[in-house]
Ligand binder design. Structure first.
Ligand code: KG4
Ligand code: ZN
Length: 343
């Protein structure tokens, strides 16, 4: 099956082509530079950029894959959750293509795509569902922090989520307090490499709670109060590196501890992590260490698939169609608040 997918839920315009689980092309046009000026994603600007970029990005993906639109067997797009008008661009473009080509269309849940991005192997990028093991899955992005139990492919149960800020939001907002550009996650990651994670003791919210929920707004507030008392620290390069390392350690400790504990409790042999924050080098190392100690297998999403991309959408859509899932009606609307447990 030859399938084209679009992803436009937030600030990346992306198109990808897959054939039999193999990613033939994956093109991502990031709007980060545009939104950085405003310190966050501006929905109207994102929509305009998707409108401007989707056709060239889709054309590039088809060229890279060496296929013509007429050869496609199916078209897919992200339906939600995400920014309403941004979702609308990719969804309606994909439905229009499916209509014109008289091919099936599949609407994909953004987090379900992140979830299965952990089961994509690299060199070349390809679906690797054969290696699937029952797992506890951590999805950490700018908008969401979710913990799921995934006993078999395409079946999952939500265990917990954040009660307030997402982990990525915590990186971005504390980074803003530290004077770092948006999105601050990658900057904190880079600066923390030369900092001392034990220099400052920030709270690890809900780390010892028996439930699977998270909360990160208290950590952000504690960094704010800390900097109000000692604003000079963010100006000092060595202290800034220590601050980044300490904040990052607090976020990572909570994520790793709760994920591994859930896996042990549910006797899942495997842990997976995906979403933008799963690029974080300390999170990847800490998960690897904790899983090794607990005798758990670990699948991390490939770094090229952690942040938003259409390759993960394409792989999941193809898998669904091949598994007999019905196509989505061509008049389906975006679902900006689509919850993963409504699937
Ligand atoms: O999955 P994603 O591209 O978009 C959403 O669906 O939200 O995730 C973006 C988030 C941002 O908050 C960004 O700061 C964070 O992922 N991020 C990182 C790193 N790379 C991206 N956070 C920490 N360390 C990183 N290396
Ligand atoms: Zn995402």
């Amino acid at each position: 099956m030859l399938l084209l997918a679009f992803e436009t839920s937030c600030d990346e315009t992306s198109a990808a082509v897959v054939r039999e689980g193999r990613v033939l092309a994956s093109v991502v046009s990031s709007q980060i530079a545009l939104h950085a000026e405003y310190g966050g994603v501006v929905p109207e600007l994102a929509t305009r950029e998707h409108l401007r970029n989707l056709q060239p990005v889709a054309g590039a993906a088809l060229r890279q894959a060496g296929v013509r639109a007429g050869e496609l067997d199916a078209v897919a797009a992200t339906r939600g959750p995400g920014l309403p008008n941004a979702l609308m661009i990719g969804l309606k473009a994909a439905q229009a293509a499916a209509f014109a080509l008289d091919r099936p269309f599949v609407a994909i849940h953004h987090h379900e795509a992140h979830l299965y991005s952990a089961w994509v192997a690299r060199d070349p990028l390809r679906a690797d569902f054969e290696s699937f093991q029952p797992n506890v899955s951590l999805i950490v992005s700018g908008g969401h922090t979710l913990l799921l139990h995934v006993p078999e492919p395409l079946r999952h149960r939500l265990l917990g989520s954040t009660l307030d800020d997402a982990a990525g939001e915590c990186f971005d907002k504390t980074g803003k307090l530290l004077g770092l550009p948006y999105p601050a996650g990658p900057h904190i990651d880079r600066l923390a490499r030369e900092g001392n994670p034990r220099a400052f003791d920030f709270p690890r919210p809900m780390i010892a709670d028996s439930n699977d929920d998270f909360s990160f707004s208290g950590l952000k507030t504690s960094v704010r109060y800390f900097l109000q008392k000692q604003p000079e620290l963010a100006e000092d390069p060595a202290a800034l590196r220590d601050l980044c390392a300490s904040v990052q350690a607090a976020i990572v400790d909570v994520l790793v501890s709760k994920t591994v504990r859930a896996a042990r409790r549910l006797r899942a042999p495997c842990v997976t992590a995906s979403g933008g924050v799963s690029c974080n080098s300390r999170l990847r190392e800490a998960l690897a260490t904790a899983c090794r100690q607990a005798g758990l297998h670990l699948r991390l999403a490939d770094p090229t698939l952690c942040t938003d991309n259409a390759a993960m959408v394409a792989i999941l859509a193809e898998r669904k169609l091949l598994g007999g899932a019905p196509p989505t009606p061509l008049d389906a609307e975006p679902d900006p608040g689509w919850a993963l447990d409504q699937l």
